[in-house]
Design a protein around this ligand. Sequence first.
Ligand SMILES: [Zn+2]
Length: 541
Amino acid sequence: MNRSYDDIKNAADYGRLSIEDKEKKNFSMESESISSQRDLIHQYFEVHNISHNTTGYYDDGITGQTFERENFQRMVKDIENGLIDCVITKDLSRLGRDHTETGFYIERFFPEHGVRYISINDNWDSKYNSIDEILWKLAYNDVYCADISKKIRSKLNTNKAMGKWMASFAPYGYIKDPTDKHNLLPDPKTAPIVKECFELAYSGLGTCAIAKKFTEAGYVTPGENCGRYSKVRSKIFNETGHIWTTGHIRRILSNEIYIGTMAQCKVKKASYKSNKLVKNERENWIVVENVVEPLVDKEVFDEIQKKLEMTSNKYARLPGEGCLLSKLLICKDCGHRISVSWKSSKYHERGKAGVCNYYKKYSKYKVCSPHYIDYDELEEQVLDYVKQIVKTRLKILDTPKLIRENYKNIQNLIQDQEKINEGYRKDLEKAENVILKIYEDKLNEIISESIFKTLSQKKETEVSELKSKIANVESKICELKSQLDNNQQNINKEKAIIKKFLNSTIITQDTLSLIIDKIYVGENDQIDVSFSINQLNDIKI
Ligand SMILES: [Zn+2]
């Protein structure tokens, strides 16, 4: 396409050289230098006969992550004063490396001030190219400055912001476009089921009734639908995966994807170190509208959301107050929650009982078994047991001798590992000397080429094995040393948690969850407590 530059009245050339660039003493220095940037842009001016101001704006030795650059700011002033109607840089990264701010100038500031922006090496011209085309480039420049984990996330999020589906499975009702796996198309098999689900809900049928209807109709469940493509299927799933639950129906009815809106990043990792997923605040979701073919009208969807909100409280409400363990109880056999409710809705003085929630809802499909427990009795027993365990642990933590012993134990372990390492190093030196010797023998024609090959190959394998062993031992030593460092800190933290638990007059779910991870309820009153503090799991009383 022939590009026209006739309408440019006064173009400005901008460039910068960062400290990092300056420190690179290789060839890139030459190509990044201010003078080479200026030369390139001025050549561009000439070739395309672009009128431009003579001074130019260049910042020397300033990082691309900040826009507080003297000459950049001078240029911004001149743009605001209407002196410049075009900005040209060698490439995008010369404008800036910070994604959001660079984006701000390209998407908002320049267009709002009638400024055309040209990035020569990216072959991008705001008059002819779309912003989307440069979003990728922007993301790339951004991650240049960031760490690896941020790198991946920011790229993913750019994709998500562009309405690309980045999850491994398509949502129920859709399939991934065979020509573009980030694009979703209605699934001829399951889309009608989604539509029926919304129709039934709109007509007033409850989630329970819809689930029952779908199970009886033998419709493929969301779990089965994923399973069709996945080899990882749990045993429990194989037995019960064909049953529709109210959860399935609820999740379908509340998923905005069915009105064409892609909402991604609903959960996030608790931290970069952890794989635990936590709910993300809605304002941090990446929501893009009208990117998928909708399966339901927005009015119908909104109407159903109101209904869902009204009924959801009914499920979430606990019977009475202070049901301390309710969030921790898990069925040992099927992994679903144990739900707690009054034994008699009329006579609350009879107390509460727990039953496997899965059994309770779907027993007619012969799943799981009751796992009936007397809740009040259980709560007393569990709290008693936990108190004993933490008291024992506190005694250990308060015994200097035991702590010293623990300290010594770790130090002994470190010494052991260092001895092993020393042995490996000696072996390594020996093996390397042998290789040299073999090589010399070959040069002096004491051994033949084929014998040399066999012998040296054997020794090379030994060397590489020893090297990996050494690396292993060294990482173990590192781990132990950091354990030694963290020891006292961890002890103090643990003590604080335990003391808080033992000293509180009213125990809350929050306090308890710092100590107990889960309580597994087996059939026949068998109870297993799994502790959040790992060391508590080893204590026997
Ligand atoms: Zn169960």
